[in-house]
Design a protein around this ligand. Structure first.
Ligand code: NAI
Length: 461
């Protein structure tokens, strides 16, 4: 069998220890892959000026598959997360995180078997943030129809391939009506193409409650990026913690497999790290490559090790990383015909053509966000073709009518409507005529598609 080359990123903190553990176990199982080591991590910031050099991205693009140990992301300092950089550079649009009860690991539940599919590129992870005033910071949450559909399609294809029969979309469309509404609608559209798989949806807050009381009811969960990030750590907790939670980032052309946990600087270099999560990520990778037989043999050895009570400290055991790794190696069954290459579980999702509007969009108004040092801005009732309709502060209407007794900050949204559709130039004229004592720093055009407004109302509007 020809060997597949896989990029290996050893990362920071406990990364090199647990990556070495996987290399040892794969070697013991005679897995037909060759590692190509590549740099990424905190140490690269000093060495190359950024956390992930281009050579590493080139290596993943060339090999199409990588196993990545955790890397440390410095808080502040302007450095982007290495993980987010990899996901974006390689267009890894779906993050797949299985949560399955493991034998020998005692938790509140012994029958969890669910898979989280998290949209991996959008949402607040666009990282589009601006300080709007000394008081107000803003993050643009972008949800796209194509991105949502790609993630949804992956969830259904994965359910199909792995014999699962239900996909649940998780959202907050009761509050974030436009963004999460689009995510949910995209899911429902894609669901119609998979009539043999059940589909339903649940609010994220309810999901969290249900997960910690009755997790066995869920099969495949599809979530937008931020909810998915949080819920998947919660699910890791259901089956034994971060030390046993694997994951894979899947794109059209390449995939990067990594544990859910971070670089655990508190235990780095002490031989205490649990390699199970990155090992399970490695097994996910082997199945992606079609090396199922090897994955099954190693998984069997892992289960036998845990059942024998050989565990690392995070799971209440006394084995160190080295001892745990050796115990798995000792239990790996000899190769037989089951290790032959099977059909790879690679799911190819082709990008869809972009949506075009069903009816032409027209401009009906504009939201001008201003900074005011003197409280409620005093504005003319009419500017050009626009009438002042409403001013809100932190999303709550404070004008017209009685200003509610709430905390007011120095950032106001001034909403203007036009009586009939206007042009962009009219918006620019409005901004040019805006009273100079208020600094406008953010503008949103209010569109309609036919009669349908494409913007939300303020609280109380
Ligand atoms: P963390 O996951 O590194 O650690 C949280 C706790 O879990 C710590 O007490 C740690 O000792 C323990 N833990 C984690 N993995 C373990 C393992 N395999 N075996 C035994 N115990 C384990 O999260 P934290 O401390 O918030 O983040 C540390 C750094 O890791 C940060 O710089 C963060 O940005 C980065 N990070 C990187 C990720 C990645 O590269 N995929 C993912 C998450 C965080």
């Amino acid at each position: 069998m020809s060997k597949q080359t896989v990029t290996l990123i050893k990362g920071d903190g406990i990364g090199p220890e647990i990556a070495h553990s996987v290399q040892t176990i794969f070697a013991a199982a005679n897995v037909p892959i060759t590692w190509e080591e590549a740099d990424a991590g905190l140490y690269c910031i000093e060495k190359y000026g950024n956390g992930i050099p281009q050579e590493t991205l080139d290596s993943i693009i060339r090999n199409k598959v990588a196993l990545k140990a955790p890397t440390t992301t410095p808080i502040g300092g302007g450095h982007k997360s290495i993980n987010v950089t990899i996901r974006k550079a390689l267009d890894l649009f779906a993050n797949v995180r299985p949560s399955k009860s493991l034998p020998g690991i005692k938790t509140r539940f012994d029958n969890v078997d669910l898979i989280i599919v998290r949209e991996n590129l959008e949402d607040t992870y666009g990282g589009i943030e601006h300080q709007q005033s000394p008081e107000v910071a803003q993050c643009l949450r972008l949800i796209t129809r194509s991105g949502s559909r790609n993630a949804a399609r992956y969830a259904f294809e994965m359910a199909n391939l792995s014999g699962r029969n239900r996909v649940t979309c998780v959202h907050k469309a009761n509050i974030q009506k436009i963004t999460d509404g689009l995510f949910l609608r995209s899911f429902q559209e894609v669901a119609t193409e998979y009539p043999h798989i059940q589909h339903d949806d649940i609010l994220i807050d309810n999901l969290c409650m249900q997960l910690v009381t009755k997790p066995e009811q869920f099969d495949v969960l599809l979530l937008p990026n931020l909810f998915g990030d949080i819920a998947s750590d919660l699910c890791a907790g259901l089956v034994g913690g971060l030390g046993v939670a694997p994951g894979g980032n899947i794109g059209k052309d390449s995939a990067v497999f990594e544990a859910v946990h971070g670089s655990a600087p508190d235990i780095a270099g002490k031989g205490l790290a649990n390699p199970t999560a990155i090992l399970l990520s490695g097994l996910q990778m082997l199945r992606y490559l079609g090396l199922n037989g090897y994955a099954n043999r190693i998984e069997q050895a892992l289960q036998e090790t845990l059942e024998a009570g050989i565990k690392t400290g995070d799971l209440g055991g006394s084995a160190n990383t080295h001892e745990f790794t050796n115990a798995i190696c000792e239990r790996i069954a000899p190769e037989d015909e089951s290790t032959a290459l099977e059909t790879p579980t690679k799911i190819i999702i082709e990008h869809e053509p972009l949506t075009v509007e069903q009816q032409p969009w027209s401009i009906h108004g504009v939201d001008v966000f201003v900074r005011s040092k003197t409280g409620l801005p005093v504005l003319p009732e009419t500017i050009g073709d626009f009438k002042l309709a409403m001013i809100s502060n932190r999303g709550t209407k404070i004008y017209p009518g009685v200003t509610p007794d709430i905390l007011l900050v120095d950032h106001f949204r001034c909403r203007f409507y036009a009586e009939k559709p206007v042009e962009h130039d009219d918006v620019i004229a409005l901004l040019n005529a805006f009273p100079k004592e208020y600094i406008w720093n953010h503008v949103e055009i209010l569109h309609k598609e036919g009669d349908q407004p494409l913007f939300s109302k303020a609280q109380g509007e």
